[in-house]
Design a protein around this ligand. Structure first.
Ligand SMILES: *[C@@H]1O[C@H](CO)[C@@H](O)[C@H](O)[C@H]1NC(C)=O
Ligand SMILES: *[C@@H]1O[C@H](CO)[C@@H](O)[C@H](O)[C@H]1NC(C)=O
Ligand SMILES: *[C@@H]1O[C@H](CO)[C@@H](O)[C@H](O)[C@H]1NC(C)=O
Ligand SMILES: *[C@@H]1O[C@H](CO)[C@@H](O)[C@H](O)[C@H]1NC(C)=O
Length: 672
C-alpha cells in the first residue's frame, strides 16, 4: 500500500515536471513582450524613443561554437542590436529542402542574441549582396522557366515570397518577434534595390512596390526597412548605407533617420591590398550621424568572419571576410578599434536622454568656418556635439562661455553641454599587435581555404606534403557532347571547376609546315570571352592561364604530330553578387573558341566534341577533410621538382588547395 502511494506520488511529480519543462520550452521569453513603432525622431521600443547601436554579424560566417563568445563581445562593446542577413542559398540549397542546421541554425542564433539581452534586426532580402555567392540566391533559381530576378516577374516573385514567408513564419513559430517576447525589432525586405531599379524601367518600380506590400502584408508586427530605397512607401522605412550618412534624410517626415550599413572597413579581393579604415574616422562618422539627427546605426561589419566552403561571392573575393571589423576574423578584439568604439558608445548612451527628448531639430550653432555645434536641450537635460570638419587644423572654439580645442576631423561629445566625455580623434584604448602563425591547427578550419601565395611563403618547410590532381577527366561521371555548354548549366555550382577536353589532330603535312615556318606561324587558342579563371593544358602539360571577368584569352600552343589532347579547366571564383540581371551573367565561356596560326584555315572548336568533367578529384574525395585526407597518396614537397599547377598542400592538420596563377611565385617559394 505504502509502496503504491509512493509510486503514485512519484508519478504526480513526474507529470508536474514534464508540464513545467514543456512550458519553459514553449514560452522562451527573452523580454517582456513589447511593441516596436517609430516617429520622425527614432524607433519607439516599448513606448520609448531609443538611440540604437547595432552590430553587423552574419551567423554563417562563424561556427555555432563561436556565437556565444562573439555575442558577449558585441554586448561588452556597447551595442544594443545584432543585425544579420538571412542567406537563402544556405537555407534552401535544393528547392523545397530547407537547412536550418549548424552554421545555418538561425533560430539558435537569434535565441542566443535574445538571451544576452540584445535586440535583433533580420534582413531577409532575400537578395542580400553581402559579398556572398550569387548574392544569396540559390543557383537552382536560374533554372526556373521564364525567371528574371528582382523585377516584376511572376516566377521570381513566387519564389521570393515563398522564402520570405518561410522566414517570417519560422520566426513567429519560435516566438522571436518583440511582441512575442523575442528579440526581433526590425526586418528588411530587398537590399539596395534603389541602386539598380532604373535598369528595369517601370517593371523595377512595380517590383519594389510589390516587395514592400508583400512584406508588410505578412503581418510580422515589427517595422520593415528597405535600404537605399528613396521611393519606399510610407509604411516602410528607408535607410542609408555608406561611409558617412550624416547628411541623410529619410523620404518622409514621419520616418526616423536610420543607417543600416556603416562601412567600418571593406572586404578583400584576391590579390588586392587588405583595406583599413582608422578607428578615429569611424568614430567621427558615427558621432556626426547622431549629432545631425540619426537614431539607429549599424556597423557593417562588427564581426566579418570567414566565408566558409564556397560561400564567398565575387568574382574574386577571398575566404576571409575580416572586413577590418572591431572583432577580427577569429573573434579577437581588434584594437584600438573595438575599445575606441566602446568608449564612443558609452558617451552616446550618456546623451541618449537629451537626444530622445528633443522632438525636432537640435539647436545649431556655427562655431567657425568649418566648426559647428548641435545642441539637444530641454528644461531638464542638455547634450551637445562639437564638430571640426577641417581635415588638417585644430580649432579653438568658444561654446556656452567655455573654450574647447577641437582636433582636426573630430567630434567632441558633451553629455551635459559642458564637459567633454569623448573626442573621436583621441584614442585612449591601448593598441595591440597581433602575430599569426601558420601551420598551427585551428579548430574550425575544416574546409579548404584559399590563401594568397605571399601568405604561404614563410611557412614552406620540410613538413609540407603535396598531392597532384589529375589533368582532365577522372571519373565515370564524365560525358561527351558536341559544342560548348554554359559552365553553371553543367556544374550547377556544385564545384568551382569544370574540365573541357577535346582532341585535335595535327597531320604530318601540317607539322612539317609549322616546323618550316616557326617564325611566322604559331598555333594559338583563342577564347572570345571568359570568366573567372582558365587553365590550359596540352597533352597533360600546363600551357598557360588567364584570369578576369569576361576577358579574351589568347594562348599559343605547341602541338605534336598526331592526336593532341587539349584540356581546359574553367573555374569560377565566387559567383557575381552585385548588379542587375544576375540570372543572365552565367560563367565559363561566351562566343567562339578557335585555333588560329595553322596552315589550314582556323579551326572552330566551338562545334567540336568536348568531354566534360565537373570538379577536381581531390575536391570530391575531400582530401582536405580531417577524416579523408589520410587515404590519399601524399608525397613530401621536394625543392628539386616543381609541383604541377593543380596541387594540394598540407602541413600538420592544416590543408589548403593552392593554385598558382603565376609560376614565378611558386619558383620563388621553392628556392627559399
Ligand atoms: C502591441 O500592439 C498590439 C496591437 O496594437 C496590442 O494588441 C498589444 O497589446 C500590444 N502589446 C504590448 C505588449 O504593448
Ligand atoms: C558635467 O559632468 C561632469 C563630469 O561628468 C561634472 O564634473 C560637471 O560638474 C558637469 N557639469 C555641469 C555643468 O553639470
Ligand atoms: C569517362 O566516362 C566514360 C563513360 O562513362 C568511362 O568509360 C570512362 O572510364 C570515364 N573516364 C574516366 C577517366 O573515368
Ligand atoms: C542553360 O540551360 C537552360 C535550360 O536548361 C537553357 O535555357 C539556357 O539557354 C542554357 N544557357 C546557356 C548559356 O546555354
Amino acid at each position: 500500500m505504502l509502496g503504491f502511494r509512493k509510486n503514485k506520488f512519484r508519478f504526480v511529480i513526474l507529470i508536474i515536471s514534464i508540464v513545467l519543462q514543456l512550458s519553459i520550452l514553449k514560452a522562451e521569453l527573452f523580454f517582456k513582450p513589447f511593441n516596436v513603432s517609430y516617429d520622425h525622431r527614432a524607433l519607439i521600443i516599448d513606448g520609448n524613443r531609443r538611440m540604437l547601436i547595432s552590430a553587423g554579424f552574419h551567423y554563417p560566417r562563424a561556427t555555432p561554437e563561436m556565437w556565444p563568445d562573439l555575442i558577449a563581445k558585441i554586448k561588452e562593446g556597447g551595442a544594443d542590436v545584432v543585425q544579420s542577413y538571412a542567406f537563402w542559398n544556405g537555407h534552401e540549397p535544393v528547392r523545397g529542402q530547407y537547412n536550418f542546421e549548424g552554421r545555418y541554425d538561425i533560430v539558435k542564433f537569434v535565441k542566443l542574441v535574445g538571451m544576452s539581452g540584445l535586440y535583433f534586426h533580420l534582413r531577409i532580402g532575400p537578395y542580400v549582396c553581402a559579398e556572398w555567392n550569387f548574392g544569396g540566391f540559390p543557383v537552382w533559381l536560374r533554372d526556373i522557366p521564364g525567371i528574371e530576378f528582382r523585377t516584376d516577374n511572376k516566377p521570381f516573385k513566387e519564389e521570393m515570397q515563398r522564402f520570405v514567408e518561410k522566414m517570417v513564419n519560422l520566426m513567429r513559430q519560435e516566438l522571436l518577434f518583440s511582441w512575442q517576447g523575442g528579440p526581433i525589432i526590425l526586418l528588411q525586405i530587398e537590399n539596395e534595390y534603389g541602386n539598380i531599379e532604373s535598369s528595369y524601367g517601370q517593371s523595377g518600380k512595380d517590383y519594389a512596390m510589390w516587395a514592400a506590400s508583400m512584406a508588410y502584408g505578412l503581418g510580422a508586427g515589427v517595422p520593415w526597412v528597405m535600404c537605399k530605397q528613396t521611393d519606399a512607401p510610407e509604411y516602410i522605412l528607408d535607410a542609408c548605407n555608406g561611409y558617412y550618412c550624416d547628411g541623410f534624410k529619410p523620404n518622409s517626415y514621419n520616418k526616423p533617420t536610420l543607417w543600416t550599413e556603416e562601412w567600418n572597413g571593406w572586404y578583400t579581393s584576391w590579390g588586392e591590398r587588405v583595406p583599413h579604415r582608422p578607428a578615429e574616422d569611424i568614430a567621427f562618422a558615427v558621432a556626426r550621424f547622431f549629432q545631425r539627427g540619426g537614431s539607429y546605426q549599424n556597423y557593417y561589419m562588427y564581426f566579418g568572419g570567414t566565408n566558409f566552403g564556397r560561400t564567398a561571392g565575387g568574382p574574386f573575393y577571398i575566404t576571409s571576410y575580416d572586413y577590418d571589423a572591431p572583432l577580427d576574423e577569429y573573434g579577437l578584439l581588434s584594437q584600438p578599434k573595438w575599445g575606441h568604439l566602446k568608449d564612443l558608445h558609452a558617451a552616446l548612451k550618456l546623451c541618449e536622454p537629451a537626444l530622445v527628448a528633443v522632438d525636432d531639430s537640435p539647436q545649431y550653432i556655427k562655431l567657425g568656418p568649418k566648426q559647428e555645434a548641435h545642441v539637444y536641450r530641454t528644461e531638464i537635460v542638455c547634450s551637445a556635439f562639437l564638430a571640426n570638419i577641417d581635415e588638417h587644423n585644430t580649432a579653438s572654439v568658444r561654446f556656452l562661455g567655455r573654450v574647447y580645442s577641437l582636433p582636426p576631423w573630430s567630434v567632441s561629445i558633451l553629455p551635459n553641454c559642458s564637459d567633454v566625455a569623448y573626442n573621436t580623434a583621441k584614442v585612449r584604448t591601448q593598441i595591440s599587435v597581433k602575430t599569426q602563425e601558420f601551420g598551427s591547427p585551428s579548430s574550425y578550419m575544416t574546409e579548404p581555404r584559399i590563401l594568397q601565395v605571399e601568405e604561404v611563403v614563410p611557412t614552406i618547410s620540410k613538413t609540407w606534403m603535396t598531392l597532384e590532381d589529375p589533368v582532365g577527366a577522372w571519373s565515370e561521371n564524365n560525358f561527351t557532347v558536341q559544342g560548348i555548354l554554359e559552365h553553371l548549366n553543367v556544374t550547377k555550382d556544385t564545384s568551382d571547376y569544370l574540365w573541357l577536353i577535346t582532341r585535335i589532330q595535327i597531320s604530318e603535312e601540317e607539322m612539317s609546315f609549322l616546323e618550316a615556318n616557326e617564325d611566322s606561324f604559331t598555333p594559338t587558342l583563342i577564347i572570345e570571352s571568359m570568366r573567372d579563371v582558365v587553365q590550359i593544358f596540352l597533352n597533360g602539360q600546363f600551357a598557360g592561364s588567364a584570369v578576369g571577368r569576361w576577358v579574351r584569352v589568347v594562348q599559343p600552343l605547341h602541338f605534336v604530330q598526331g592526336y593532341n589532347e587539349l584540356a581546359i579547366l574553367s573555374e569560377t571564383v565566387g559567383l557575381q553578387n552585385y548588379g542587375a540581371f544576375l540570372e543572365k551573367d552565367g560563367a565559363g565561356f561566351r562566343g567562339q573558341i578557335k585555333l588560329t596560326g595553322l596552315k589550314t584555315e582556323e579551326i572552330d572548336l566551338s562545334t567540336s566534341l568536348w568531354t566534360y568533367q565537373v570538379g577536381l578529384k581531390g575536391e570530391f574525395m575531400k582530401v582536405y577533410s580531417p577524416d579523408q585526407h589520410k587515404f590519399a597518396n601524399w608525397v613530401h614537397l621536394s625543392p628539386d621538382k616543381l609541383p604541377s599547377m593543380l596541387t594540394w598542400y598540407k602541413v600538420l592538420n592544416f590543408l589548403l588547395l593552392m593554385e598558382c596563377f603565376n609560376q614565378d611565385s611558386m619558383l620563388r617559394i621553392l628556392q627559399k
